[in-house]
Design a binder for this molecule. Structure first.
Ligand code: SF4
Length: 336
């Protein structure tokens, strides 16, 4: 730590953190330990005109301690496009920081851990996409936002779990290529009735869920609502009450105040975030940790903000960014 804070300031910050984090099991002394770090990070953000965008799967101390905006990939993309900060520190994984850079090419975009990949994004190369296009000429190529910039430069439409069905339905073709998520491709096929040529990628987090967990929790709680992310396997999705992305889950909770018991079949960070934001609800069941998302912590965020190393600064070729931006802009134009 470089900066010093007086006892009253540290106590006030620890209390602020505790008021949120107690709901997910943090003690007051845990909060006292991180208070100097959150104070320093928030101070440096102001000094450098920086913002921290944090994905909902980040640790709750990052989301409630230092993030200026937290949300899903779509919300974060919009926040990246709208910010007037000079620096965006992306507490998430690398493809998200790349998306922020594509949308804000004049800003400095920093990612604390360059090795924070994603099993979906890393499952496919630009060469693979070119081969698919050669194999299926004229078929529109739709890709999940969980792809690296060179993939986005090769596709027609970028989508997130929040808008994928609406965008695929709007495409005037009965067939699409969808990549890289095999499970989401199954879901699109079922929801749209279109022919979907897919890729073999899976999310290592959502792939782990099994239908038995859903059956078990429903047997224990007859009044529970089970919502699963569309990255889950089809046999899990068949057993749940609703399928959707992060924003669908949030909207459901907000629009259904009488639904008190929920099981979110997704990454643990989101369940933690919702447990803090909706204290009148009870969240049941198991969740799963993303090993990539959890590489970020308060210390590496502070280091990256104070003195970003070359490999922590996102640097993309301008032509590549311009090509990739077209598919993202088409998605944002939907305004979903
Ligand atoms: S949760 Fe799955 S899709 Fe999201 S970053 Fe982790 S591996 Fe990738």
């Amino acid at each position: 730590m470089i900066m010093k804070f007086d006892d009253a300031t540290l106590e006030e910050e620890a209390e602020r953190l505790y008021s949120h984090l107690v709901k997910v099991g943090w003690s007051k002394s845990d909060c006292e330990i991180i208070a100097p770090l959150t104070l320093e990070i928030n101070h440096i953000k102001k000094e450098k005109n920086a913002v921290i965008l944090a994905h909902s799967y980040q640790r709750p101390d990052i989301i409630f301690g230092v993030a200026d905006y937290s949300g899903d990939s779509l919300g974060l993309s919009k926040a990246a496009a709208a910010t007037d900060a000079d620096i965006i520190l992306f507490a998430g994984v690398v493809f998200m920081a790349e998306t922020a850079k594509i949308l804000s090419p004049d800003k400095t975009v920093i990612v604390p851990r360059r090795d924070a990949g994603c099993s979906l994004a890393d499952s496919i190369t630009a060469e693979d996409v070119k081969n698919l296009k050669e194999q299926y000429p004229g078929i529109p190529v739709v890709a999940y936002i969980n792809t690296n910039a060179d993939i986005k430069a090769e596709i027609d439409y970028c989508v997130t779990s929040a808008n994928v069905i609406q965008i695929v339905n709007s495409i005037e073709s009965d067939s699409i290529i969808f990549l890289p998520d095999h499970n989401m491709a199954n879901y699109i096929r079922k929801e749209t009735g279109k022919e979907v040529i897919d890729w073999k990628g899976v999310c290592v987090v959502h792939e782990e869920f099994i239908p038995e967990s859903v059956i078990e929790v429903k047997e224990m709680h007859s009044d529970i609502m089970v919502i699963a992310h569309s990255e889950c396997p089809p046999d899990v999705l068949e057993k749940v009450d609703m399928v959707g992305g992060t924003s669908d889950m949030k909207n459901f909770i907000e629009n259904n105040p009488d639904t008190k018991k929920l099981f979110l079949v997704t990454e643990c960070g989101l369940s933690d975030r919702f447990a803090i934001e909706y204290p009148d609800r009870e969240f049941y069941g198991t969740c799963s940790l993303c090993p990539y998302m959890k590489k970020n912590d308060m210390k590496n965020i502070l280091d990256a903000l104070v003195n970003p190393q070359e490999d922590q600064i996102i640097d993309l070729d301008v032509d590549l960014m311009n090509k990739a931006r077209k598919s993202i802009d088409k998605m944002l134009a939907f305004n979903i």
